[in-house]
Design a protein around this ligand. Sequence first.
Ligand code: GLP
Length: 241
Amino acid sequence: MRIIKCRDYEDMSRKAANLIGALVTGRPDCVLGLATGSTPLGIYASLIRRYESGDLDFSAVKSVNLDEYRGLGEQDPQSYRYYMRENFFRHINIRPENTHLPDGLEPDSEKACADYDAVIASMGGVDLQLLGLGHDGHIGFNEPNDFFDKETHCVDLAPMTIEANKRFFASADEVPRQAYTMGIAAIMRAGCVLLAVSGKDKAQILKEALTGPVTPRVPASALQFHPHLIVAADADALSLF
Ligand code: GLP
């Protein structure tokens, strides 16, 4: 595990974007595993700036996202498909057909999950998986559980997650109760995992995830076993180290 200590959110965003940019430069047809939430917004903004200045070309890049709310489609401003389009994809030259998220509108959850596993498999491996960290230790939407869910599955969101994510919705009642998420085994198969963490409110869970016992009660703790884990975290998030 390598920990990149960053001054603040901006610094973390630029350094994480440097790593992703280096991969895209060195392997123009790489597969990026992408994440949503507030944390990656600065990373995407930084990558967009590099694209605009002519330093990055995404025309052959493929992407797979971690998760999607069950029941939300691409026209819904709260869906992760919408988030990715508005915050990243429409500003760069990635081909829409090369971008993938679970289908939130597929009502048959077994089919939605099997279909997404097939998409991930067809990529031939994720080169770099970007992750944020939930307050309860979730990655993607892999919530604390009695076991590590391996592949794509439908998950009931934890009350803490609904509470944290209600800021994107009119009220907590409107936050979907379920999501489709890539599993822990799929995340662990990525060639490299880049965990981006910012803020004092993540300090405790980051410490637990990286130095505590490896347990499905803290899903991110599985990352301790990843052979190529890079943590880009700011001083606030690393304040308990
Ligand atoms: C959401 C997403 C995760 C994300 C997490 C943290 O629930 N499904 O992929 O990492 O929240 O979000 P934030 O970066 O906004 O704290």
